[in-house]
Design a protein around this ligand. Structure first.
Ligand code: B1M
Length: 210
């Protein structure tokens, strides 16, 4: 379908106007919302992830594409909600306590949204108790933690302990990332997954959903 192709191209090229206008057009033409989502927006973000992993796209290109995807999502979301189309899963995400860096976390959120997940973003400087409360309230499938400082990285481990003590650890999958975080550290603190970048975080989340 040429309209779906135009949505796809709008997102891959980072053209937010094209992505949102063509999404409106597709809805107006009566195209299926799930098709617009899966073959337009999500397929395009998958391609953006691939281009990033191949080194053709860098963080700025990925951010611009993610914004284009979000502008299409903003138009499609009410239609999806009205049709009760289920998201791929629910994710609670935040940057851990003491840490104010949020560019990487936002990028991860956008890639997860691009992969069809519903995102509850707790922001930065998120205390372990705040993660716990958000999990109790929202019942997510996945909890994501980001840290950019070697000092705040330790709060990932503290948060996992608080989630264990709060009795919610077993019902969720925990994924972690951020510049100082490694696969080895993730395993040490008992996280379920680590991803070095936003694009692989989306494929990791899909894998963890089974
Ligand atoms: Co800060 N800072 N900073 N900083 N800052 C670093 C991290 C630092 C490495 C710079 C340096 O000294 N070379 C250094 C940390 C040293 C260390 O701990 N080893 C540092 C420092 C020291 C500080 C302050 C302490 C400086 C000071 O005040 N003395 C201070 C701390 C504030 C605080 O948090 N309490 C501070 C402040 C700031 C700014 C506010 C000025 C600003 C943040 C603005 C913002 O985020 N809104 C800032 C910035 C911009 C940086 C650098 C330059 C860039 C970080 C960034 O956004 N990268 C950074 C240097 C660097 O990393 N080269 C630095 C781009 C982003 C897309 O990458 O965040 O790595 P990243 O995310 C990636 C992956 O890591 C991964 O996917 C993302 C996309 O591919 N990922 C995940 C991230 N989270 C994930 C979660 C996942 C999965 C993957 O699952 C849930």
């Amino acid at each position: 379908n040429p309209i779906i192709s135009a949505i796809y191209a709008g997102v891959v090229q980072g053209n937010a106007k094209q992505a949102s206008e063509k999404t409106s057009l597709a809805i107006g033409e009566g195209l299926d919302a799930e098709t617009i989502l899966n073959e337009g927006l999500i397929a395009a973000m998958k391609e953006v992830g691939r281009l990033f992993e191949e080194g053709e796209y860098f963080v700025p290109e990925m951010l611009v594409s993610a914004r284009a995807m979000q502008s299409g999502m903003a138009i499609l979301r009410p239609v999806l909600i009205a049709q009760d189309i289920r998201p791929a899963g629910k994710v609670v995400i935040g940057t851990v306590k003491g840490d104010l860096h949020d560019i990487g976390k936002n990028l991860v959120s956008m890639m997860l949204e691009g992969a069809g997940f519903q995102i509850i973003d707790l922001g930065t400087d998120v205390a372990p108790e705040k993660f716990l409360e958000a999990i109790r309230q929202n019942r997510p499938d996945i909890v994501g933690m980001s840290a950019l400082l070697t000092t705040t990285m330790l709060n990932m481990s503290k948060t996992i302990q608080v989630l264990k003590d709060g009795g919610v650890r077993d019902g969720i999958k925990i994924i972690v990332g951020g510049a100082p975080v490694t696969e080895k550290y993730a395993a040490e603190i008992g996280a379920d997954g680590f991803s070095p970048d936003a694009s692989q975080a989306a494929s990791l989340a899909r894998r963890l959903m089974g």
